[in-house]
Design a protein around this ligand. Structure first.
Ligand SMILES: *Cc1c(COP(=O)(O)O)cnc(C)c1O
Length: 392
């Protein structure tokens, strides 16, 4: 079945005693009773499918998990209260019976760096960073660090680099490391990490999957090998999503493939317009034929779907000029997120990369004049008109 069909069918329409609801209800019950103690005993013992307590299993969450698992082509999934909770669950599960060592991409979401440095490292996990686009160096770092887990993003933030995930999975497999991929920016429309050898695909569903700026949530999708241990650890830690958020996320996902196609097409239009503007310097866009990772993108991405993020530099701009430019935007929303139906802009130096020293930022290639645009579903002419008037 194609992704557009899965998006509106998977997970839903489970038979209730008298009928079949066309969409999954919000089950708010924290616990469940059974006809008999014997049956409850079997449900508790996981010998019979059923529900006993909402931290263990919840029917609304279960429907969302089935849906995202289907989109990603996994074996099982866990819905979490945030993208960060999902990343933590994936890494903790990956390391459960492996060496307590992580090799992470040196360009990741800011909070992922915090999770590694402020939570995992103090609890005894060795953390190393590496450039995932330089496979020879990565091989050397993996040989030295002997990680239990490699952690990367399909499309990096904010410079939108694309590493060769399948080759990295191979490097990991040879070293006995599990591969955890944050697939938030790419979505399963573009890449399904488990098909390329990853063991875990993680989403902040806050972004493209829910897509309307009204949910905070995350999902981990995994393979048969890791699913039982993911569920067992989740039962002990309790990072689960609330059923209201699950419902909103499922509602959002029904139109996700349509939105994503539109957003990707809009991003192509906006990126090519930006690249001709005299005030605009470098444009980072995965659909650009001269992108530094163009061969990997051609090999791993479908034709015409490159993602809907565009980062660009304004020539000779410091913070004051960027503030003036962003304050002049009338349609594009100044906000710290991405993937919503409306176009949004963020200033990495002020938000996602605020904690990083200017010198380190410069070395990462994140300039004072760089902004990040998440292109929405509006008419592309209107997005371009707003950018044009704000650029002046
Ligand atoms: C937003 C985001 C996260 C964190 O997700 P939350 O839902 O905010 O916890 C992780 N990774 C990436 C790539 C993100 O964009």
């Amino acid at each position: 079945m194609k992704i557009h069909t899965k998006a509106v069918h998977a997970g839903d329409r489970k038979r209730a005693p008298q009928n079949i609801p066309v969409t999954t209800p919000i089950y708010t019950a924290s616990s469940y009773s059974c006809e008999s103690m014997e049956q409850l005993d079997r449900v508790f013992g996981q010998e019979e499918p059923g529900y006993c307590y909402s931290r263990y299993d919840n029917p609304t969450n279960g429907a969302l998990e089935e849906l995202v698992c289907s989109l990603e082509g996994g074996h099982g999934a866990l819905a979490c209260a945030s993208g960060m909770a999902a990343i933590q669950m994936a890494v903790v599960t990956a390391l459960n019976d492996r060496r307590k060592s992580v090799v992470a991409a040196n360009a990741t979401y800011g909070a992922t760096v915090s999770l590694l440095m402020k939570v995992l490292e103090p609890s005894g996990v060795a953390v190393r960073f590496a450039d995932m686009c330089d496979l020879d160096t990565l091989r050397a770092v993996v040989a030295e660090a002997r990680p239990g887990c490699i952690l990367m993003e399909t499309i990096s933030n904010p410079l939108l680099r694309v590493a060769q995930m399948d080759r990295i999975a191979e490097i990991g497999r040879e070293a006995g490391a599990a591969l955890v991929v944050d697939n938030t920016f790419a979505t399963p429309m573009i890449v399904r990490p488990l098909e390329l050898g990853a063991h875990f695909s993680v989403h902040s569903v806050t972004k493209y999957l829910a897509g309307h700026g009204d949910v905070l949530g995350g999902v981990v999708v995994t393979d048969q090998q890791h699913f039982d241990s993911l569920r067992t650890l989740s039962r002990a830690i309790g990072p689960v999503l609330g059923p209201f958020e699950s419902y909103l996320t499922m509602r959002g996902i029904k139109t996700f493939p349509l939105r994503m196609e539109r957003q990707c097409a809009n991003a192509c239009r906006v990126a090519s317009w930006l690249s001709t503007h005299p005030r605009v310097g470098r444009v980072h866009f995965t659909g650009d034929p001269s992108h530094p990772d163009a061969p990997a993108i051609r090999r791993l991405f479908p034709a015409n779907l490159y993602g809907a993020m565009v980062s660009f530099e304004i020539k000779d701009a410091g913070q004051a000029e960027i503030f003036r430019f962003m304050d002049a935007l009338k349609l594009v929303v100044r906000a710290t997120s991405l993937g919503d139906v409306h176009t949004m802009m963020l200033y990495p130096v002020m938000s996602s990369h605020r904690e990083i020293s200017p010198k380190h930022r410069e070395r990462m290639g994140i300039k004072e004049g760089l902004v990040r645009l998440s292109v929405g579903i509006e008419a592309p002419e209107d997005i371009i008109e707003d950018l044009a008037q704000a650029l002046g």
